[in-house]
Design a binder for this molecule. Structure first.
Ligand SMILES: Cc1cc2nc3c(=O)[nH]c(=O)nc-3n(C[C@H](O)[C@H](O)[C@H](O)COP(=O)(O)O)c2cc1C
Length: 232
């Protein structure tokens, strides 16, 4: 691979971005951020046919991969799953005996939920911690030899004011602009409850006293983790 044209690739999937409030604001905030490319998948591939070579080239050119989507039935929308299924094939992403094409890159999830942050807990309305809902994607990162970065999750998005949303969208841009320096990957152990101690979870209210935001700060040092106690 020769020139690296961008360092962070955001794969954005929303069934209809024209009706989106949250993900559209997040994507808009990314704007022309340096070293950052956004692939709005449904705009790029309205007929559903993904240019696999182009997507793989974009992945190879990036150091950091971000999957951005609204949470739909506790999962990414279907086209992002199609992207994963079709782009991440054996012989390129894994299965050659050598590190796959994504090994050593970072993976971050950026998502929004209608459900409130406190509803995502074993005792809460949704019955699961949101991190548990992300396990299939975390397992995928592990399988590919990628570094899992703490997710950027906006919960309870219906309660966000426009002002809060703008603020959080800037947070998102700042977070993605930080150069992530992953910890060395050892054997990529499966996550256990003990592993959670490596992730600092801070919950607080926004400067606006607005809805609860959960920002999991697992950004590798030495960069600052952005605004601690990020709020959604
Ligand atoms: C089909 C569908 C399924 C949804 N499933 C969930 C869900 O499982 N959990 C949740 O908290 N919110 C769920 N929501 C709410 C969305 O996450 C929320 O509307 C979205 O994050 C808002 O982002 P947007 O303005 O970019 O569309 C769902 C919404 C739709 C339309």
């Amino acid at each position: 691979m020769t020139a690296v044209h961008h360092k962070t690739l955001v794969l954005l999937d929303h069934p209809d971005l024209s009706t989106s409030r949250i993900n559209r604001a997040l994507a808009t905030a990314l704007g022309d951020a340096p070293d950052l490319t956004v692939h709005d998948l449904r705009r790029l591939y309205p007929d559903g046919h993904i240019d696999l070579a182009a997507e793989r080239a974009a992945v190879e050119a990036a150091e950091n991969i971000v999957l951005q989507y609204p949470t739909h039935w506790y999962a990414p929308p279907a086209f992002l799953k199609t992207w994963l299924d079709e782009v991440l094939v054996r012989g390129w992403a894994y299965g050659t005996g050598a590190p796959g094409a994504l090994a050593g890159k970072t993976l971050r999830i950026a998502t929004s939920t209608g459900g409130a942050g406190e509803a995502y807990s074993p005792d809460g309305f949704h019955g699961w911690d949101y991190n548990d809902i992300l396990i299939p994607l975390q397992a995928t990162a592990r399988r590919l030899g990628m570094h899992w970065l703490s997710p950027f999750i906006l919960h309870g998005v219906r309660d966000l004011t426009d002002e809060q949303l703008q603020y959080l969208a800037q947070d998102y841009r700042n977070l993605l602009s930080l150069r992530a320096v992953p910890e060395p990957v050892q054997a990529m152990p499966a996550r256990t409850n003990t592993d959670r101690t490596t992730t600092m979870k801070s919950m607080s209210t926004t400067a606006y006293g607005g809805p609860k935001v959960i920002q999991e700060v697992h950004l590798p040092t030495p960069e600052p983790a952005g605004r601690a106690g990020n709020n959604h």
